[in-house]
Design a protein around this ligand. Structure first.
Ligand code: M6R
Length: 366
Protein backbone atom coordinates (compact mmCIF):
# COMPACT_ATOMS: atom_id res chain seq x y z
CA UNK A 1 0.00 0.00 0.00
CA UNK A 2 3.05 2.25 0.01
CA UNK A 3 2.74 2.26 -3.76
CA UNK A 4 6.39 1.47 -4.31
CA UNK A 5 7.63 4.16 -1.93
CA UNK A 6 9.91 3.28 0.94
CA UNK A 7 7.75 5.06 3.51
CA UNK A 8 4.23 6.38 3.76
CA UNK A 9 5.66 9.80 4.44
CA UNK A 10 7.44 9.88 1.10
CA UNK A 11 4.35 8.61 -0.70
CA UNK A 12 2.29 11.32 0.96
CA UNK A 13 4.82 14.01 0.05
CA UNK A 14 4.51 12.91 -3.58
CA UNK A 15 0.73 12.86 -3.40
CA UNK A 16 0.56 16.59 -2.77
CA UNK A 17 -0.07 17.77 -6.33
CA UNK A 18 -3.06 15.42 -6.48
CA UNK A 19 -4.25 16.20 -2.93
CA UNK A 20 -4.20 19.93 -3.63
CA UNK A 21 -5.94 19.57 -6.97
CA UNK A 22 -8.68 17.56 -5.21
CA UNK A 23 -9.02 20.16 -2.46
CA UNK A 24 -9.49 22.90 -5.05
CA UNK A 25 -11.66 20.95 -7.52
CA UNK A 26 -15.31 21.99 -7.69
CA UNK A 27 -14.68 24.91 -5.32
CA UNK A 28 -13.58 27.51 -7.86
CA UNK A 29 -16.64 28.88 -9.67
CA UNK A 30 -18.19 31.66 -11.75
CA UNK A 31 -15.27 32.17 -14.11
CA UNK A 32 -13.03 32.09 -11.00
CA UNK A 33 -14.42 35.28 -9.47
CA UNK A 34 -15.57 33.46 -6.33
CA UNK A 35 -15.16 30.17 -4.55
CA UNK A 36 -17.79 27.75 -3.35
CA UNK A 37 -17.33 25.92 -0.07
CA UNK A 38 -20.07 23.36 0.12
CA UNK A 39 -20.06 22.69 3.88
CA UNK A 40 -19.45 26.25 5.06
CA UNK A 41 -23.04 26.85 6.27
CA UNK A 42 -22.42 30.60 6.54
CA UNK A 43 -24.01 32.98 4.05
CA UNK A 44 -22.60 36.34 2.97
CA UNK A 45 -24.62 38.18 5.59
CA UNK A 46 -23.20 36.01 8.38
CA UNK A 47 -19.67 36.27 6.99
CA UNK A 48 -19.99 40.07 7.14
CA UNK A 49 -21.08 40.07 10.78
CA UNK A 50 -17.94 38.63 12.33
CA UNK A 51 -15.70 41.17 14.00
CA UNK A 52 -12.98 38.72 14.99
CA UNK A 53 -11.76 35.29 14.00
CA UNK A 54 -9.87 32.81 16.12
CA UNK A 55 -7.92 29.98 14.57
CA UNK A 56 -7.33 27.21 17.08
CA UNK A 57 -5.28 24.04 16.51
CA UNK A 58 -2.28 21.99 17.63
CA UNK A 59 1.10 21.12 16.12
CA UNK A 60 1.33 21.30 12.37
CA UNK A 61 -2.31 22.37 12.11
CA UNK A 62 -1.45 25.36 14.30
CA UNK A 63 1.31 26.27 11.86
CA UNK A 64 -1.26 26.20 9.07
CA UNK A 65 -3.37 28.55 11.18
CA UNK A 66 -0.49 31.01 11.56
CA UNK A 67 -0.22 31.19 7.78
CA UNK A 68 -4.01 31.52 7.52
CA UNK A 69 -3.85 34.70 9.59
CA UNK A 70 -1.78 36.38 6.89
CA UNK A 71 -4.18 35.29 4.18
CA UNK A 72 -7.39 36.22 5.95
CA UNK A 73 -6.19 39.55 7.31
CA UNK A 74 -4.82 40.51 3.91
CA UNK A 75 -7.75 39.45 1.77
CA UNK A 76 -10.71 39.88 4.14
CA UNK A 77 -9.42 42.66 6.42
CA UNK A 78 -10.73 41.14 9.64
CA UNK A 79 -8.56 40.60 12.72
CA UNK A 80 -7.44 37.01 13.23
CA UNK A 81 -5.92 35.55 16.38
CA UNK A 82 -4.22 32.21 16.20
CA UNK A 83 -3.99 30.06 19.27
CA UNK A 84 -2.78 26.68 20.41
CA UNK A 85 -5.82 24.70 21.49
CA UNK A 86 -4.44 23.73 24.91
CA UNK A 87 -3.82 27.42 25.66
CA UNK A 88 -7.03 28.83 24.23
CA UNK A 89 -9.40 26.72 26.23
CA UNK A 90 -7.99 27.58 29.65
CA UNK A 91 -7.89 31.33 29.40
CA UNK A 92 -11.56 32.29 29.25
CA UNK A 93 -11.28 33.49 25.63
CA UNK A 94 -13.17 36.57 24.44
CA UNK A 95 -15.83 34.90 22.34
CA UNK A 96 -19.16 36.51 21.41
CA UNK A 97 -21.84 35.75 18.84
CA UNK A 98 -19.78 37.86 16.42
CA UNK A 99 -16.75 35.57 16.73
CA UNK A 100 -15.90 32.86 14.22
CA UNK A 101 -13.70 30.08 15.57
CA UNK A 102 -11.84 28.05 12.99
CA UNK A 103 -10.67 24.68 14.24
CA UNK A 104 -7.98 23.02 12.15
CA UNK A 105 -7.39 19.31 12.62
CA UNK A 106 -6.29 16.61 10.23
CA UNK A 107 -7.74 13.81 12.34
CA UNK A 108 -10.67 15.77 13.72
CA UNK A 109 -10.12 13.92 16.99
CA UNK A 110 -7.41 15.93 18.79
CA UNK A 111 -8.63 16.23 22.38
CA UNK A 112 -7.48 19.79 23.05
CA UNK A 113 -8.90 21.09 19.77
CA UNK A 114 -12.21 19.35 20.43
CA UNK A 115 -12.34 20.84 23.95
CA UNK A 116 -11.57 24.31 22.54
CA UNK A 117 -14.42 23.91 20.06
CA UNK A 118 -16.84 23.06 22.86
CA UNK A 119 -15.61 25.98 24.95
CA UNK A 120 -16.07 28.43 22.07
CA UNK A 121 -19.49 27.19 21.07
CA UNK A 122 -20.57 27.26 24.71
CA UNK A 123 -19.83 30.99 24.68
CA UNK A 124 -22.00 31.56 21.63
CA UNK A 125 -19.34 31.61 18.92
CA UNK A 126 -19.79 29.99 15.52
CA UNK A 127 -17.41 27.14 14.77
CA UNK A 128 -15.96 26.20 11.41
CA UNK A 129 -13.81 23.07 11.12
CA UNK A 130 -11.05 22.43 8.61
CA UNK A 131 -10.64 18.66 8.79
CA UNK A 132 -9.32 15.84 6.68
CA UNK A 133 -11.17 12.93 8.24
CA UNK A 134 -14.79 12.98 7.16
CA UNK A 135 -17.39 12.80 9.93
CA UNK A 136 -14.72 13.08 12.64
CA UNK A 137 -15.75 14.53 16.03
CA UNK A 138 -14.54 18.07 15.33
CA UNK A 139 -16.22 18.08 11.91
CA UNK A 140 -19.49 16.81 13.36
CA UNK A 141 -19.64 19.18 16.32
CA UNK A 142 -18.86 22.31 14.30
CA UNK A 143 -21.46 24.53 12.61
CA UNK A 144 -19.71 24.20 9.28
CA UNK A 145 -16.80 22.29 7.78
CA UNK A 146 -14.31 22.62 4.97
CA UNK A 147 -12.85 19.24 4.18
CA UNK A 148 -9.31 18.98 2.88
CA UNK A 149 -9.27 16.21 0.32
CA UNK A 150 -5.81 14.94 1.16
CA UNK A 151 -6.91 11.32 1.44
CA UNK A 152 -5.76 9.13 4.35
CA UNK A 153 -2.50 10.30 5.94
CA UNK A 154 -0.67 7.40 7.57
CA UNK A 155 2.77 8.87 8.35
CA UNK A 156 2.78 10.45 11.79
CA UNK A 157 4.56 13.50 10.41
CA UNK A 158 1.93 15.55 8.65
CA UNK A 159 2.72 16.54 5.06
CA UNK A 160 -0.15 16.52 2.57
CA UNK A 161 -2.64 17.29 5.33
CA UNK A 162 -0.67 20.47 6.08
CA UNK A 163 -0.43 21.77 2.53
CA UNK A 164 -4.11 21.07 1.88
CA UNK A 165 -4.94 22.95 5.08
CA UNK A 166 -3.05 25.92 3.66
CA UNK A 167 -5.11 25.62 0.49
CA UNK A 168 -8.38 25.38 2.45
CA UNK A 169 -7.44 28.55 4.33
CA UNK A 170 -6.66 30.28 1.05
CA UNK A 171 -10.08 29.33 -0.30
CA UNK A 172 -11.71 30.54 2.92
CA UNK A 173 -9.83 33.85 2.76
CA UNK A 174 -11.11 34.36 -0.80
CA UNK A 175 -14.69 33.54 0.20
CA UNK A 176 -14.50 35.89 3.19
CA UNK A 177 -12.96 38.62 1.05
CA UNK A 178 -15.71 38.30 -1.57
CA UNK A 179 -18.50 38.26 1.02
CA UNK A 180 -17.07 41.21 2.96
CA UNK A 181 -16.38 43.27 -0.14
CA UNK A 182 -12.64 43.60 0.47
CA UNK A 183 -11.70 41.50 -2.57
CA UNK A 184 -12.90 42.48 -6.01
CA UNK A 185 -13.83 39.99 -8.72
CA UNK A 186 -10.77 40.72 -10.86
CA UNK A 187 -8.33 40.14 -8.01
CA UNK A 188 -10.19 36.97 -7.05
CA UNK A 189 -9.80 35.71 -10.61
CA UNK A 190 -6.05 36.33 -10.44
CA UNK A 191 -5.78 34.57 -7.10
CA UNK A 192 -7.79 31.52 -8.16
CA UNK A 193 -5.84 31.24 -11.40
CA UNK A 194 -2.60 31.27 -9.43
CA UNK A 195 -4.03 28.54 -7.21
CA UNK A 196 -4.72 26.35 -10.22
CA UNK A 197 -1.01 26.47 -11.18
CA UNK A 198 0.06 25.20 -7.75
CA UNK A 199 -0.03 21.40 -8.36
CA UNK A 200 2.23 21.76 -11.40
CA UNK A 201 4.68 23.92 -9.47
CA UNK A 202 4.77 21.43 -6.61
CA UNK A 203 5.69 18.76 -9.15
CA UNK A 204 8.62 20.91 -10.18
CA UNK A 205 9.78 21.16 -6.57
CA UNK A 206 9.47 17.38 -6.16
CA UNK A 207 11.97 17.03 -8.98
CA UNK A 208 14.56 18.49 -6.59
CA UNK A 209 14.31 15.40 -4.41
CA UNK A 210 17.75 14.00 -5.24
CA UNK A 211 19.41 17.34 -4.77
CA UNK A 212 17.75 17.72 -1.38
CA UNK A 213 18.78 14.19 -0.45
CA UNK A 214 22.40 15.17 -1.11
CA UNK A 215 22.00 18.24 1.07
CA UNK A 216 20.52 16.06 3.82
CA UNK A 217 23.57 13.82 3.64
CA UNK A 218 25.90 16.77 4.09
CA UNK A 219 24.09 18.11 7.14
CA UNK A 220 22.73 14.96 8.82
CA UNK A 221 25.34 14.91 11.59
CA UNK A 222 24.50 18.35 12.96
CA UNK A 223 23.10 18.33 16.47
CA UNK A 224 20.90 21.41 16.00
CA UNK A 225 19.27 23.31 13.16
CA UNK A 226 17.85 26.80 13.01
CA UNK A 227 15.06 27.68 10.54
CA UNK A 228 14.39 31.31 9.70
CA UNK A 229 11.69 33.09 7.70
CA UNK A 230 9.76 36.34 7.79
CA UNK A 231 6.06 37.10 7.49
CA UNK A 232 4.10 34.21 6.04
CA UNK A 233 7.32 32.17 5.88
CA UNK A 234 7.83 32.27 9.64
CA UNK A 235 5.19 29.54 10.17
CA UNK A 236 6.95 27.48 7.50
CA UNK A 237 10.19 27.88 9.46
CA UNK A 238 8.35 26.52 12.51
CA UNK A 239 6.94 23.68 10.44
CA UNK A 240 10.34 22.83 8.93
CA UNK A 241 11.86 22.66 12.41
CA UNK A 242 8.98 20.52 13.72
CA UNK A 243 9.30 18.05 10.82
CA UNK A 244 13.01 17.63 11.47
CA UNK A 245 12.57 17.19 15.25
CA UNK A 246 9.75 14.70 14.91
CA UNK A 247 11.35 12.23 12.57
CA UNK A 248 15.13 12.71 12.85
CA UNK A 249 15.26 13.58 16.58
CA UNK A 250 17.62 16.45 15.81
CA UNK A 251 16.91 19.53 17.87
CA UNK A 252 15.62 22.33 15.64
CA UNK A 253 14.06 25.72 16.20
CA UNK A 254 12.09 27.99 13.95
CA UNK A 255 12.33 31.74 14.41
CA UNK A 256 11.19 34.88 12.65
CA UNK A 257 14.38 35.93 10.84
CA UNK A 258 14.24 39.42 12.34
CA UNK A 259 14.29 37.98 15.86
CA UNK A 260 17.61 36.24 15.33
CA UNK A 261 19.64 39.15 16.61
CA UNK A 262 17.62 39.16 19.83
CA UNK A 263 19.04 35.88 21.05
CA UNK A 264 19.50 32.93 18.69
CA UNK A 265 22.45 34.62 16.99
CA UNK A 266 24.50 33.52 19.99
CA UNK A 267 24.11 29.90 18.80
CA UNK A 268 25.77 30.48 15.47
CA UNK A 269 29.11 28.83 14.87
CA UNK A 270 30.65 26.73 12.11
CA UNK A 271 28.63 23.70 13.24
CA UNK A 272 25.12 25.15 12.99
CA UNK A 273 23.08 24.73 9.80
CA UNK A 274 20.65 27.62 9.31
CA UNK A 275 17.81 27.10 6.86
CA UNK A 276 16.71 30.38 5.28
CA UNK A 277 13.35 30.74 3.56
CA UNK A 278 13.86 33.46 0.98
CA UNK A 279 11.13 33.59 -1.65
CA UNK A 280 10.80 36.67 -3.81
CA UNK A 281 8.73 39.15 -1.79
CA UNK A 282 8.86 42.54 -0.10
CA UNK A 283 11.04 41.37 2.78
CA UNK A 284 13.62 39.49 0.71
CA UNK A 285 16.27 42.16 1.21
CA UNK A 286 15.85 41.98 4.97
CA UNK A 287 16.11 38.20 4.95
CA UNK A 288 19.26 38.44 2.86
CA UNK A 289 20.83 40.77 5.39
CA UNK A 290 19.98 38.25 8.15
CA UNK A 291 21.62 35.59 5.99
CA UNK A 292 24.76 37.71 5.74
CA UNK A 293 24.86 38.01 9.52
CA UNK A 294 24.90 34.22 9.76
CA UNK A 295 27.57 33.87 7.14
CA UNK A 296 29.73 36.49 8.84
CA UNK A 297 29.71 34.23 11.91
CA UNK A 298 30.63 31.12 9.88
CA UNK A 299 27.20 29.51 10.18
CA UNK A 300 26.30 26.98 7.47
CA UNK A 301 23.56 28.35 5.26
CA UNK A 302 20.93 26.30 3.45
CA UNK A 303 18.80 28.73 1.44
CA UNK A 304 15.53 28.17 -0.39
CA UNK A 305 15.04 30.85 -3.01
CA UNK A 306 12.82 31.73 -5.98
CA UNK A 307 14.34 31.03 -9.38
CA UNK A 308 16.06 34.03 -10.91
CA UNK A 309 16.88 35.53 -7.50
CA UNK A 310 19.80 33.26 -6.64
CA UNK A 311 22.53 35.82 -7.13
CA UNK A 312 20.96 38.18 -4.59
CA UNK A 313 22.06 35.80 -1.86
CA UNK A 314 25.81 35.65 -2.33
CA UNK A 315 27.61 32.54 -1.22
CA UNK A 316 25.71 29.80 0.57
CA UNK A 317 26.49 26.20 1.51
CA UNK A 318 23.39 24.76 -0.16
CA UNK A 319 20.89 26.35 -2.48
CA UNK A 320 17.41 25.07 -3.32
CA UNK A 321 15.60 26.92 -6.09
CA UNK A 322 11.82 26.81 -6.41
CA UNK A 323 9.54 28.22 -9.14
CA UNK A 324 8.11 31.71 -8.83
CA UNK A 325 4.58 32.01 -7.44
CA UNK A 326 2.48 34.77 -5.85
CA UNK A 327 3.42 35.55 -2.29
CA UNK A 328 0.08 34.26 -0.93
CA UNK A 329 0.92 30.74 -2.15
CA UNK A 330 4.66 30.73 -1.54
CA UNK A 331 4.25 29.07 1.88
CA UNK A 332 2.82 25.95 0.20
CA UNK A 333 5.70 25.70 -2.24
CA UNK A 334 8.36 26.33 0.41
CA UNK A 335 6.93 23.56 2.61
CA UNK A 336 7.95 20.85 0.14
CA UNK A 337 11.75 21.23 0.51
CA UNK A 338 11.24 21.36 4.31
CA UNK A 339 9.48 17.98 4.18
CA UNK A 340 12.04 16.38 1.90
CA UNK A 341 14.99 17.66 3.91
CA UNK A 342 13.58 16.27 7.16
CA UNK A 343 12.65 13.01 5.45
CA UNK A 344 16.08 12.35 4.00
CA UNK A 345 17.93 13.33 7.17
CA UNK A 346 15.74 10.86 9.08
CA UNK A 347 16.34 8.09 6.54
CA UNK A 348 20.11 8.67 6.76
CA UNK A 349 19.88 8.51 10.54
CA UNK A 350 17.89 5.29 10.33
CA UNK A 351 14.94 6.36 12.47
CA UNK A 352 11.43 4.96 12.15
CA UNK A 353 10.16 7.64 9.79
CA UNK A 354 6.49 6.71 9.70
CA UNK A 355 6.22 5.82 13.40
CA UNK A 356 8.65 8.10 15.28
CA UNK A 357 9.20 7.33 18.94
CA UNK A 358 6.79 8.73 21.54
CA UNK A 359 4.34 10.06 18.95
CA UNK A 360 0.84 9.08 17.93
CA UNK A 361 -1.01 10.03 14.77
CA UNK A 362 -3.87 11.45 16.68
CA UNK A 363 -3.51 12.84 20.18
CA UNK A 364 -6.72 12.04 22.00
CA UNK A 365 -5.46 12.79 25.50
CA UNK A 366 -5.38 16.32 26.92
O1 M6R B 1 -5.01 15.74 13.76
P1 M6R B 1 -4.54 17.11 14.12
O2 M6R B 1 -4.29 17.98 12.93
O3 M6R B 1 -5.46 17.79 15.11
O4 M6R B 1 -3.15 16.89 14.86
C1 M6R B 1 -2.46 17.95 15.46
C2 M6R B 1 -1.03 17.56 15.81
O5 M6R B 1 -1.02 16.51 16.74
C3 M6R B 1 -0.22 17.15 14.58
O6 M6R B 1 -0.24 18.13 13.59
C4 M6R B 1 1.22 16.83 14.95
O7 M6R B 1 1.90 18.00 15.34
C5 M6R B 1 1.90 16.15 13.75
N1 M6R B 1 2.56 14.93 14.15
C6 M6R B 1 2.89 17.02 13.04
O8 M6R B 1 3.56 16.38 12.01
Amino acid sequence: EKGGYRHFMLKEIYEQPRAIADTVASRVKDGHSDVYLEGLQLDDEQLRQFDRLYVVACGTSWHAGLTGKFLIEKLARVPVEVDIASEFRYRDPLVTDRTLIILISQSGETADTLAALREARGKGGKALAICNVVESSIARESDGVIYTHAGPEIGVASTKAFTTQLVALYLLALRLGRARGTLDAQRCIELTEALLTLPRKIEEVLELDEQIEAIAKTFMSASDFLYLGRGNQYPIALEGALKLKEISYIHAEGYPAGEMKHGPIALIDEQLPVVFLCPRNETLEKVVSNLEEVRARDGRVIAVVTEGQENLLGEVDALITVPDIIDELAPVLMSIPMQLLAYHVAVFKGTDVDQPRNLAKSVTVE
